[in-house]
Each structure stands twice: as C-alpha cells, then as structure tokens.
Design a protein around this ligand. Sequence first.
Ligand code: AMP
Length: 304
Amino acid sequence: MSVLVVGSLALDSIETPFGSVKDAIGGSAVYIATAASYFSSPIRLVGVVGGDFPRAGMALLEEHNIDLDGLEIIPEGRTFRWAGRYRYDLNERDTLSTHLNVFETFDPKVPDSYRRSRIVCLGNIDPQLQLRVLDQVENPQIVVCDTMNYWIERKNAELRSTLKRINILILNESEARLLSNEPNLIKAAKLIRGMGPEVVIIKKGEHGSLLITERIVFSAPAYPMENNFDPTGAGDSFAGGFVGWLARTDDSSEENLKRATIYGSTLASFCIERFGVDGLADLTYLQIQDRFRAFRELSRFDEE
Ligand code: AMP
C-alpha cells in the first residue's frame, strides 16, 4: 500500500555522552520514510529543504526508493535546523535550538500522483502544515500523526484541529501528559482519544511503549541494548516501522496493530545503535525479522 509521509528534513546538531555531530542529516520525514521503506512501497515524501541540504541526504532517500516528487528544494533557502543535547540518562533531552528556516514559509503541495495515498503519516511538523496536507488527500484509509512538546505548547489549537482528523496518534509520555494535563498515562490516553484519534501510542524511551485503543492496553518492551549511542530519531523510526508494517499488511485489526508496534520498536532499536540516520541506512529485511522475533522472547514466560 502507498504511504505519504510529511515532516521535517533537517540538519541536526546532536550531543550525547558518547560524542557529538554537527549538521547531520535528520528530520522526522527522513527517519519515517527510511524506516517505512523496508516494508512497503511506494513511500512518498512531502517536505522542503534549502540549497544547503547535502547530496548525501538526497542519496539516502533515493537509495531507499522514496518518491521525492513532493520534495520542494529552495536553492537560496536554509534547511530546517535542530540542536539537542542528551544527558547521561539518554531518556532526557534538552532542545538547544530550533530554526524553522524554509519551513517558516512552507506551503505543502501534494502532487496529483500522491493524492490517493492509502496511509498518511503526519510526521512531527507544524500542525497547520499537517492539516494542509490532509486537505489535499482523498479519503485516506489510515492517518497516523506524531507531534512534540514544541507544537503542543506553541500551536495547541491547531494541533487540536489536526487531532480531530486522525486515527492514530504517536507521542511520548511527557508529551501525552502535557497534551492531556493528566499525569496518569492510561487516563491521559483516554482523554487524548476523546480529542479525535481512536488509537494512542505512548512511547516511553527505553521503557517501551503502550498501545491503547478503546478495548486494549498493549505494553511493548523496548529492545534492551548495550550500544545505545544516539536516541535522535528513535520516535520517528518507530512511526516509520509502524506505518510500514500496516502498509505491507493492509490490516488494522488490534492483533496487527500490536505487531506494527513491535516493528516500530524494532526500527527504533536499530536507529539508536548509531549516530543520526546511520543506524537505518543499510538494514536488511532479514535483520529486521530476526530482531522482531527476539522481541517475543523478551517477555515470554511459562506459567509454571
Ligand atoms: P525524535 O528523536 O524521533 O523525536 O525526532 C528527532 C528529529 O525531529 C530530529 O531529526 C529533528 O530534526 C526533528 N525535530 C526536532 N524538533 C522539531 C520540530 N519542532 N519540528 C519538526 N521536526 C523537529
């Protein structure tokens, strides 16, 4: 099934206790589309970059057969930039700076060839832009949305409008608390479901994630890793693995949503093993399957 991804394409400057990089290729759309490309095609991208976006970034997307007809390049513009620092506890991250640059005036145009995409994944980006993309697609089967504290705080009303039009919201635990004003995550998910999405997925970093629907709460572990270098993009890789699996299987039953959640966790685990997008760059489907199966062993036990 076809997947349309909208989100940021970025140059990220990241500091972790293990090292740092400057102007590394990143952005929500890059992580989501690359992760999803291991499962299904076509993956179609809508976004914008400036003339300074490196050739290696385009090559990464091209090598993963991502359709770039919806990518706008503004030669005289500067690409979106984000800088973040992780503390010793990699679950904690401080945003040092966010420069929207070309995103400040971006007006997304969905090419005709993308309008009938069956799954739409609204990556972390200004909720007004997410809405404008939704206005240009015809009856998508599933709309998945990711967001972050930056938009919950700055564009709350716009985000509420987006939420009314989506099926599945993916966000992390502090964002769920911020959006719902409720500390308990199960109650928070209930309140968020009342804002529109039927399904809420709450990511808890190295503590896994919760998939919450009207009827079930499914708790997925995170893969215990010794080599956890850089969590940047883990959330987006999760979203990419999740939508990729849904697109591959065309099945939105609760059982399959659980599998999609584990595929999301699988792609996130590969992402954090290396800096930036490197962990997603050259995986094989076999590697992904092996780790997916390893997840089953993580929490399987006998009654006696
Ligand atoms: P994650 O670690 O999955 O939450 O996503 C990290 C990616 O999100 C980085 O590559 C950033 O470039 C991108 N990002 C950070 N802040 C924003 C923002 N306000 N809007 C869009 N993308 C962002």
